[in-house]
Design a protein around this ligand. Structure first.
Ligand code: ADP
Ligand code: MG
Length: 280
């Protein structure tokens, strides 16, 4: 590798808002043949809004109070929907990839997905299928299902173009998300992805990376923004973090995108290819 080409390559990347950690990454990125995307905050804007709360306003207030203990975008959305001073949550337990548990005003609460409700010993009688494109979050208070929230997190306007540009380069795109099947399938359909996996816990994201590594001819990149993505970012041949996301994602990834635009994934691959051509 000529040092000049590498400097040119990293410089070009930086001008695009792409931070490449080392020479290896710059040389490796153009061999990527499959890209796995996280959904929330990566392909979506990551700023969900609370569309509807099905339950008592008093319970939404308790749920929001509990969410003060979470940094998840869904937590922030629920907090934003309640504009009053909230009691402090206690005995917090964050269940990465499924929700949060704790005590608020003497009540034992769980707020999260279906898997978390199972853990809470709650039977989901109603509202199991959320409308298309909606993430539904349930709330259990003292062992009872008391409500659910429908949250909408629109796709980033650039996501479809990123997937199309990858396809034009014969690179497949995949979605791996902790969210429920319906929400994940809806996003996959809108974007024209090659495949999508739902309700995947952080360890499961690593397995999906490894599976694709075994299947595909080239290298596998993982793009994510969350604490839950960090292990998969480390396992991928090229880990790409959204700069708008969690600190730990950026620390683990070998590329950081300074603008939350998935099209920069394509630019990184193109810059790597151009640099490689110069080097050879
Ligand atoms: P993604 O892989 O799409 O980024 P996560 O793994 O962060 O999603 O979360 C997976 C699912 O877990 C969410 O869709 C939601 O149902 C649930 N969840 C996680 N954290 C919370 C929270 N703080 N409040 C409510 N639900 C949560
Ligand atoms: Mg995410």
């Amino acid at each position: 590798a000529t040092p000049a080409a590498v400097v040119t390559g990293t410089g070009a990347a930086a001008r695009h808002g792409i931070l490449i950690r080392d020479i290896e990454t710059l040389q490796r990125a153009h061999r990527v043949r499959a890209v796995i995307f996280d959904k929330t905050g990566t392909l979506t804007q990551g700023r969900p809004s609370l569309d509807q709360w099905h339950g008592d306003a008093a319970d939404l207030r308790l749920a929001a109070a509990l969410q003060q203990g979470s940094e998840h975008p869904l937590a922030r959305a629920m907090l934003a929907a309640v504009d009053e001073t909230l009691p402090q949550p206690e005995d917090l337990k964050v269940h990465v990839g499924s929700g949060i548990e704790g005590r608020v005003a003497g009540h034992h609460l769980f707020v999260g997905n279906q898997a978390l409700m199972q853990r809470a010993g709650v039977v989901l009688s109603g509202g199991i299928t959320a409308p298309a494109g909606v993430t539904r979050v349930w709330m259990a208070r003292d062992g009872e299902l008391v409500g659910w929230a429908d949250l909408a997190d629109p796709l980033r306007p650039e996501s479809a173009a990123a997937v199309a540009a990858l396809r034009a380069r014969h690179i497949t795109s995949w979605l791996v998300s902790g969210d429920a099947r319906a929400a994940v399938d809806h996003a996959a359909e809108q974007l024209g992805l090659d495949g999508a996996f739902a309700q995947v816990l952080p360890a499961g994201k690593v397995e999906r990376v490894q599976q694709l590594q075994a299947q595909s001819a080239g290298l596998v990149a993982m793009v994510g923004d969350g604490v839950n993505d960090a292990p998969a970012l480390a396992a991928a041949d090229v880990g790409i973090a959204m700069g708008s996301g969690a600190e730990v994602a950026m620390e683990t990834a070998s590329i950081t995108l300074m603008r939350p635009d998935p099209r920069l994934v394509v630019d990184a691959i193109d810059i790597s290819a151009a640099t490689w051509r110069t080097i050879r």
